[in-house]
Design a protein around this ligand. Sequence first.
Ligand code: AMP
Ligand code: MG
Length: 423
Amino acid sequence: MNLHRKPLPVSEAVDRVMMDKKEGRVETVPLENSDRRRLAEDMIATHAVPPFNKSPYDGFALRAEDTRHLSRENPGHFRVTETIGAGQLASHPVEKGEAVRIMTGAEIPAGADCVAMFEICQTYDDQGTSYMTLKRSMDQDQNIIGKGSETEEGTVLVEAGTRINPGVKALLATFGYPEVKVYQKPKIGVFATGTELLDVDEPLQPGKIRNSNAPMILSQIERAGAEGHFLGKLVDDFDACFEAVSRSLHDYDFLITTGGVSVGDYDLMPDIYEKLGARVLFNKVAMRPGSVTTVAELDGQLLYGLSGNPSACYVGFELFTYPIIQRLLGNFKPYHTRIKATLGEDFPKPNPFTRFVRGKIHYEEGRVMVSPAGMDKSNVVTSLAHTDAFLVLPGGTRGFEKGDAVEAILLEDQGGQKYFEEG
Ligand code: AMP
Ligand code: MG
């Protein structure tokens, strides 16, 4: 095995992964189960919106020409012929001198071409007939939401690749899509390697630790919108690992293993990739943590060898697995959002390589700050619970100070500032 690995810049490592993979598959899902999925086809208006002229107010529908010379001194009196609510249709066209009592959302009756809101009308009864009085003139089309005024039939409303959110769902419902074509969730198999690993429900034993990486990665997969499958723990035995990996390889879009990619005596993954005949895209990245992150390709499948160190494993996933999941999910902007932020604490230790510090976003006097989420070591697990961003510190010879301009990669929204400050 070659112990002298050449570190690849992070951006190049990401490019190698992204260049390698195909497009996502498409499936049809019921509207109610489509949240957070991405449209696999453009969504086209199947009809005009609104589909008929409708009233935006509760009021009276009438003919504008009947109101032409009305004023406070010269009010008009209209015979109210009927009342229609939303979903009801008038039984007769509106004739000269008539008005229809109409509610918000109801179709404007034939003959009528404006709506006078209740607020400007008075009503009275005379010998069993209802009348409405109006003291001002109305314009044609006044207070009418015209058919097609929002969108015409055939308009592209949202494009393929758009993530289905409450607004997109409203559109799908509006245009009568009980089901929708979306990109399939990639299926990802996860193995945890290490003879030291215990299951979550096992008591601690001397020299052993619980497997935290598998639940963590499965949760990262879930957060990324894909489907994770835990395939089990593997002891550090070459044949057992080789057999398990080669058996599962073709059932998943990717296979992730954690542990065993370093240069220790029991780090078996490099030899397993070699025996499988996989093409190694990279096995050392110029970054901290996670420099041993390895990605290999075999028959169009990607094999992710993430570090066993929890923080390194976490970072490796978000940098190299997350964007390819997004690609397969139909996201044309597959990377996490990167923002400019202000460093919230000193970080005196210089790094030879780009460092992805597990960080948290906070606000100070309206400024977006990012601070380390806890201990910054690749083997640390506790800081991960507070992490909602990576604080990106470029490699170099100096440390960083509170107040320095830095970049942060956002992993999830942990809430922000109050919408408005009073006073
Ligand atoms: P490795 O990459 O296999 O050399 O593991 C590096 C460190 O991460 C060791 O201290 C392991 O015990 C620890 N480790 C490996 N796998 C896991 C896991 N699934 N969960 C928690 N820690 C792990
Ligand atoms: Mg190990």
